[in-house]
Write a protein that binds this ligand. Structure first.
Ligand SMILES: [Ca+2]
Ligand SMILES: [Ca+2]
Length: 170
């Protein structure tokens, strides 16, 4: 198998970092998993099989997401599943998961006082460290824009939502 282009969530087709490239070994694992999952010959995959397949691959996805994937896989109504389709969905989940992890890492860095939320003071400190000059108003605007529950700080959830909207466009 040669190199496979993985869809990137920012839609640019370009990796934002090398971590987004799936290794051939990982792709092989996905393929074997798929084949194992459909050994009953029906060519279909059920909740159990998909659940264990994704777990084996180290994907952290919720039951709800698994049901979503199943629905997506069954969209054409034939009941059959092609490996290509399965592969595309699984790889995009990997990309999502890695993007999420990177965002969380960034969040933890910005959260300078480590209280689990990003405040205007946190942003001020990191901006200073990076030599970026934001005015107090600019920083407050950033916080206000992300702060959905209006507690004056940005939680990890709020942060991810904002980053997804601004840099990934989904
Ligand atoms: Ca904080
Ligand atoms: Ca908040």
């Amino acid at each position: 198998m040669g190199r496979v282009t993985v869809p990137y969530p920012n839609g640019s087709g370009k990796p934002r970092g090398r971590r987004y490239a799936l290794t051939e070994q990982k792709m092989q694992e996905i393929k074997e998993d798929f084949q194992r999952s459909v050994t009953d010959g029906s060519g279909s995959i059920d909740f159990q099989a998909l659940n264990s397949a994704t777990r084996d691959l180290g994907l952290e996805i919720s039951e709800e997401e698994i049901n979503q994937i199943l629905a997506e896989l069954n969209q054409d109504g034939t009941g059959g599943i092609e490996f290509d389709k399965f592969f595309n969905i699984i790889t995009s989940k990997f990309v999502e998961m890695e993007a999420r992890e990177e965002l969380l890492m960034a969040f933890r860095i910005i959260d300078q006082d480590k209280n689990g939320k990003v405040s205007a003071a946190d942003i001020q400190r990191i901006a200073k460290e990076l030599g970026i000059n934001f005015t107090e108003i600019e920083i407050q605007d950033m916080v206000d824009e992300a702060d959905r529950d209006r507690d004056g700080e940005v939680s990890a959830d709020e942060f991810m939502r904002m980053m997804r909207r601004t840099s990934f466009g989904y």
